[in-house]
Design a protein around this ligand. Structure first.
Ligand code: PLP
Ligand code: LYS
Length: 428
């Protein structure tokens, strides 16, 4: 099987794949492979699809996008979104430093994650982030203490675990009782009361995020209803919520997925919130994958075709260290030859050179390729480069962004020397 999603920013012209106006073969020639290729147009259009839903008919803003930068944190990509007015969702001091370096504004940053360290809290308080999304009483107490030591007030939301099934891969569900994320639904009111009693925390919002690659709207509506009920009870307890962060998680089409379109998805949630009488709340979205996933691909070259006893292998120069998702979640990424040909197809597994049987990128694909040909692994813009590693002492891939007819190198390929530059031999 080889299903191909329709993509914005990438197309086939005269039997050859292009990124905007640039043939992928030209990128391979100039920058080598493996290389991640992003389309600025695709990034911009995805962001604007959210923005379209973020305004009321009178022009007043009703929602703000906070890009979940864990999906792809290259500075150039962050900068494209920052220029478009995005806020950001971060999960570490590293992400904070990156987004500030890329021109993101601290006052548009929300800080998520279950395990914020003291030093991360200090960095975020000093920067002046918009909000900390907290997930437990110990974390709340620590933040209160750290804020007191700096003589500042920390703006906070509590992340609710609404216990709804997002109907996605179990490894990427986050809003079920058994997950480590969020505060159990029945504990939320008491935890807010505790937060209200803390001298250096100020309650500003409520937060929930139920999972990733979600292709249906109903789990969001279920989660929203549960969170809106909490907002009502909190109000009855004298605790007023100013913003509602509904997390990220909207899926993309990898091949045969049918997620709602971004604007429809965002409008449906925002209209639901208004219809329930909560239109006064500021709403935050934290999308990651739906902004970048289909705006990027991984370009690779075939090293060898190896006929096996039971199947053929197409051995390429990209590997699980470049794109973990197939090995980790058995995720499907469409794989296409950069130059289409009329040769007969063969069925093969597309695999990398790493010494693990789990090092595969696609299974049972129908491809007509030979050694030296290039392949594009599609829908690799999210959780591709950011989850890559140096396993087998492999330098990480180069990254380029195409903007019309221009190719920008946005990350150089890692040199081999840089991979062990921080290591030290024992004394003689
Ligand atoms: C708290 C939080 N917000 C946002 C996201 C972004 O999710 P996605 O890339 O599925 O939109 C994640 C990752 O799942 C997350 O953990
Ligand atoms: N890394 C996952 C998604 C996890 C989202 C982070 N909470 C993926 O590639 O699909």
């Amino acid at each position: 099987m080889n299903s191909v999603p329709s993509l914005n920013g990438f197309s086939i012209i005269q039997q050859e794949w292009f990124a905007e106006n640039v043939p992928l073969s030209q990128i391979a020639k100039e920058f080598g492979t493996p290389t991640y290729v992003y389309s600025r147009k695709a990034l911009t259009d995805a962001f604007n699809a959210y923005e379209k839903a973020c305004f009321k008919p009178n022009g007043e803003r009703r929602a703000q996008v906070h890009y979940a930068m864990k999906a792809n944190s290259n500075l150039a990509i962050l900068n494209v979104f920052a220029r478009l007015g995005a806020g950001f969702d971060i999960v570490s001091a590293g992400e904070l430093a990156r987004v500030l370096a890329a021109g993101g504004e601290a006052k548009k940053i929300v800080f998520s994650g279950v395990g914020k360290s003291r030093s991360e809290m200090i960095a975020a308080l000093k920067a002046g982030v918009k909000c900390f999304n907290l997930e437990s009483i110990p974390e709340l107490s620590r933040l209160n203490e750290v804020a007191a030591s700096l003589g500042v007030i920390a703006p906070i939301s509590l992340r609710v675990n609404p216990d709804v099934d997002p109907k996605t891969h179990p490894y990427i569900s986050t809003g079920l009782k058994g997950n480590k994320f969020g505060i159990a639904y029945d504990e939320v009111i008491n935890t807010y009361r505790e937060a209200a009693s803390m001298s250096n925390c100020k309650i500003v919002g409520i937060d929930c995020h139920i999972g990733s690659q979600i292709t249906e709207i109903s789990p969001y509506l279920d989660a929203l209803d549960r969170v809106l009920e909490l907002i009502k009870s909190l109000g009855d307890n004298g605790i007023n919520i100013h913003h509602l962060d509904i997390g990220g998680g909207l899926g993309i089409n990898y091949a045969n997925d049918t997620p709602p379109a971004i604007t429809d998805f965002a409008n449906t949630l925002l209209n639901h919130i208004e219809a329930k009488g909560y239109g006064h709340l500021e709403v935050l979205f934290e999308p990651g994958r739906s902004l970048v996933g289909n705006a990027g691909l991984l370009l690779t070259t075939v090293e060898y075709i190896k006929p096996g006893e039971t199947k053929n292998f197409c051995i390429v120069d990209a590997a699980m260290n470049d794109l973990m998702r197939p090995a980790m979640y058995e995720a499907y990424h469409s794989i296409v030859p950069v130059k289409q040909s009329n040769m007969p197809n063969m069925t093969c597994d597309v695999v990398g050179p790493i010494c693990e049987s789990g090092d595969w990128l696609g299974r049972d694909r129908e491809l007509n390729v030979q050694a030296g040909d290039q392949l594009a692994i599609l829908s690799a813009g999210a959780y591709g480069f950011t989850m890559s590693s140096n396993y087998n002492t492999r330098g990480r891939a180069a990254e380029v962004m195409v903007d019309g007819s221009t190719i920008h190198l946005i990350r150089e390929r890692e040199s081999i020397e840089s991979l062990f530059a921080n290591e030290k031999l024992l004394p003689a």
